[in-house]
Design a protein around this ligand. Structure first.
Ligand code: AMP
Length: 301
C-alpha cells in the first residue's frame, strides 16, 4: 500500500553528554521516513533550502524513499534546530529553531502522491498537515504527530486536523498539555473523543500505550544500555508503526499491537547514535532479532 510521509527535513545541532553533532541531517519526516522504509517504499513531502546536499537525497532514494515531493526552495535555507539534552537525557532544551523555508511550507503534492492510501503527518504546522490531507481523497489511514509548539500556538488548526485524522501519536508531556488530563489512559480517551480513534502515547524509556476500539495495550521500551542521542526516537516510533501497517494493509487491533512493537524496536536503534547513523547501519533482520528479545522480556507464565 502506498505510504506518504510529510513533516520537516532539517539540519540539527545536537548537544548531549556523549558529544556534539553539528548540522547533521534530521527532521521529523526524515526520521519517520527512514524508519518506515524498512517495511515499505515511502513518498516524502517537505520543503528544504538549496543548502541541503544532494548526497542526502541520493541516500534517501537508496533507502526506497522517493524525494520528488521535497520542494527545494531557491535561495532558501533549511530548517535548523539546536537542541541540548540533560546528562540523564530526561530533559531537552531547544536552544534555537530557525524554521526557514519550512515555516512557509504550503504543500502542493506531486500528482502521483495524491493516490496515497496511508499517510503519516509527522511534526509540522497543523495548517500544512491539513493541506496535505485535503489532497489525499483515497486515504485509508491518516496518523498525526505534533509537538508542544503547535499545541500552544496553533491549537484551533490542530483541533481541525485531529478531526480529519484516524490516529494520533504523541508523547506523555504533549498529551497532558493537549487534554489537561494528568492520567494517561484518561488523556488518551479524551484525545480519541476529539477525533482520532487510535491513540498512541509514547513514554520514552517507559514504553508506550495504545488505545484503539476503546481497548488499551501497553508495551515497555527495549532496555537500551547505549544512549547517544534521543532525537527522532518518537518520529522513528511513528514511522515504523505506519510502515508496518502500510505493508500489511490492515488496521486491526492485532496489527496495531504488532505495529507498536516495531515502533518500540526501531526507536531503540535510533537513539544508539547521532542523526540517522544507526538506522542506516541496520537491516530488517536486526529489527526482527531485537523484537524477539523484547517479546521474551515481557512474556511470563
Ligand atoms: P523528536 O526527537 O521526535 O521530537 O524529533 C526531533 C526532530 O524534529 C528534529 O530532527 C528536528 O529537526 C525536528 N524539529 C524541531 N522543531 C521542529 C518544528 N518546529 N517543526 C518541525 N520539526 C521540528
Amino acid at each position: 500500500m502506498s505510504l506518504l510521509i510529510t513533516g520537516s527535513v532539517a539540519f540539527d545541532t545536537i548537544k548531549t553528554s556523549r558529544g556534539v553533532a553539528e548540522e547533521v541531517l534530521g527532521g521529523s519526516a526524515t526520521y519517520c521516513a527512514y524508519a518506515a522504509s524498512f517495511f515499505t517504499p515511502v513518498w516524502l513531502a517537505s520543503a528544504v533550502g538549496e543548502d541541503m546536499p544532494a548526497e542526502n537525497f541520493e541516500d534517501m532514494r537508496q533507502h526506497h524513499i522517493d524525494t520528488t515531493g521535497i520542494e527545494v526552495v531557491k535561495g532558501g535555507k533549511t530548517l535548523h534546530w539546536v537542541g541540548r539534552y540533560s546528562n540523564d537525557f530526561q530533559e531537552r532544551t531547544t536552544e534555537s529553531v530557525d524554521l526557514n523555508v519550512f515555516g512557509d511550507y504550503d504543500p502542493t503534492l506531486p500528482e502521483e502522491y495524491r493516490g496515497a492510501e496511508y499517510v503519516f503527518l509527522a511534526n509540522g504546522a497543523p495548517e500544512a498537515q491539513k493541506a496535505v490531507l485535503e489532497q489525499l481523497p483515497n486515504r485509508k489511514l491518516a496518523l498525526l504527530d505534533t509537538m508542544n509548539l503547535w499545541i500552544t500556538e496553533s491549537r484551533p488548526a490542530l483541533l481541525e486536523v485531529m478531526k480529519m485524522s484516524d490516529g494520533m501519536v504523541l508523547n506523555d508531556e504533549e498529551v497532558r498539555l493537549l487534554t489537561e488530563e494528568p492520567n494517561l489512559l484518561a488523556a488518551a480517551r479524551k484525545v480519541a473523543a476529539m477525533g482520532p480513534a487510535i491513540v498512541v502515547i509514547k513514554k520514552g524509556e517507559h514504553g508506550a500505550i495504545l488505545l484503539a476500539d476503546g481497548r488499551p495495550f501497553v508495551l515497555p521500551a527495549w532496555l537500551t544500555e547505549t544512549v547517544i542521542d534521543p532525537t527522532g526516537a518518537g518520529d522513528c516510533f511513528g514511522g515504523a508503526m505506519m510502515g508496518y501497517l502500510a505493508s500489511v494493509g490492515e488496521v486491526t487491533f492485532e496489527a496495531l499491537k504488532t505495529a507498536v512493537s516495531y515502533g518500540t524496536v526501531v526507536a531503540s536503534f535510533c537513539i544508539e547514535d547521532f542523526s540517522l547513523n544507526r538506522l542506516k547501519s541496520i537491516s530488517l533482520d536486526d529489527i526482527e532479532r531485537r523484537r524477539t528479545e523484547v517479546a521474551s522480556m515481557v512474556s511470563w507464565n
